[in-house]
Every structure is written in C-alpha cells, then in structure tokens.
Design a protein around this ligand. Structure first.
Ligand SMILES: CC(C)(COP(=O)(O)OP(=O)(O)OC[C@H]1O[C@@H](n2cnc3c(N)ncnc32)[C@H](O)[C@@H]1OP(=O)(O)O)[C@@H](O)C(=O)NCCC(=O)NCCS
Length: 188
C-alpha cells in the first residue's frame, strides 16, 4: 500500500521474522526517554518469533525514497484466546511505534488502518488494545465490552475492543489470554 501524507510518501509492508533489529530500533526511537522503552522494544522482538503469537501480523511503514527506504514505524497484531468465552478469532494490537521525527504525519494511522483492513479480510472477529482512548477511539476502539484483561488494570477505560465482523462483540466475553511474551505482568 502507498499513501501520500502531508510530508512523506510511505509504504506499509509485512515484516519478516528476521527483521528484529530494525523493529527494535523503531521502538527504541519511538519510546526514547521512557523507562519502558527497552522492555517494549524487547517485547516487539520476542513477539516476532513467539509461536503462541500466531496468527500474527507485523507491519512496517517506510518512507518511499529514491535510494534506501527509511523505516518509520511498526505495529504488531498477535493472537488472543478468550478463556471461558466463545471461539472468536481475536487479535491484540501491541505495540505500536512511530519514530519521533515523523510523529503527527499519519504514519500511526496508516499502520493501524492497514492492519485492521487486513485482519478484517482474513476473518478476524475482534481486535483488542490497551492504550490511550484519545488515540485509539479514532479507529472505533471502545471500552465497556465484556472481555476481561489478563490482569487488573489501573485505567479500565484504556482496555478497548473493536469489532471487525458484524455482531462480533455481542457474545464476546471471557478472559483475554495473549501470547506468552505479551503475558508478562510488566506489559500491563
Ligand atoms: C502514538 C503514536 C504511535 C502515534 O503515531 P503518529 O504517527 O504520530 O500518529 P498519527 O500521525 O497517525 O496521528 C496523530 C494524531 O494522534 C494524536 N496523538 C498522537 N499520540 C497520541 C496519544 N498518545 N494520545 C492521544 N492522541 C495522540 C496527535 O495529537 C494527532 O492528532 P490529530 O490527528 O487530531 O492532529 C506515536 O506518537 C508514538 O509512537 N508514540 C510513542 C509510542 C507510543 O506511545 N505508542 C502507543 C502505545 S499505546
């Protein structure tokens, strides 16, 4: 996919499991100055090869350049099972990272929208996210659903879901069980 934004022309492509260091670098840049930066970057790298994360979708946004394409951002969607709930196909969006030099230019939006479109076409019922409602609500994510997070959360309104198939949230319930790498308490 190619998309023209105010300042950059970007492409969004699937990443390969061998691109761990590129993905680490994007996260270290995006989260620079935050205590969680190394842990989030390591999480992204671990999820690339974590078998319990499958089905997994990893997208990288790159600036279209005449010479080498510059990586600008990355998003990961990984598998979730609803323990005690119906057998829905559920994914979780985490992490999302855009390099600081290009914040506010639509790179995050392109990554999330492209990922959601791909998941919808492949039959995914629901996507979960733990994040800032002010950001994720623009994609349709909402709190107030009946899926429990794996741990008690200090800000329950940050635990949001988006249905990709009609009616998918009507029966959705149970406890979200994520990939092993994402299930460590420090990520919640
Ligand atoms: C959050 C992040 C991914 C957004 O990427 P981006 O490419 O800058 O976002 P976009 O250009 O698509 O969207 C920009 C819009 O989102 C808003 N926005 C950016 N970060 C936000 C945040 N944390 N909370 C609320 N709104 C936010 C901007 O104000 C802007 O709003 P506008 O469209 O009304 O002007 C990026 O800022 C980032 O990597 N931050 C550090 C890592 C991080 O916090 N990741 C998310 C973890 S949940």
């Amino acid at each position: 996919m190619k998309q023209e934004w105010s300042k950059v022309l970007i492409t969004v492509r699937a990443a390969s499991p061998g691109e761990g260091e590129l993905i680490r670098a994007i996260h270290l840049d995006a989260f620079a100055g935050e205590d969680e930066a190394p842990a989030v970057a390591q999480l992204a790298v671990d999820l690339l090869t974590d078998e319990t994360a499958e089905p997994r979708l990893v997208l990288v946004a790159e600036e279209v350049a005449e010479e080498e394409a510059e990586p600008l951002g990355c998003v990961l969607f990984t598998a979730v099972k609803l323990e005690g709930g119906p057998p829905l196909s559920v994914s979780i969006l985490a992490p999302l990272a855009v390099k600081r030099s290009c914040h506010g230019q639509g790179v995050g939006r392109a990554l999330v929208e492209h990922g959601l479109e791909r998941l919808k076409s492949s039959g995914t019922d629901l996507v979960l996210v733990l994040g800032d409602p002010a950001y994720y609500s623009r994609f349709g994510f909402r709190s107030g659903h009946r899926i429990e997070a794996p741990y008690p959360l200090p800000y329950p309104e940050a635990w949001m879901a988006l249905k990709l198939q009609p009616g998918a949230l009507d029966s959705a319930a149970g406890v979200a069980r994520c990939a092993l790498s994402l299930s460590a308490p420090e990520h919640w």
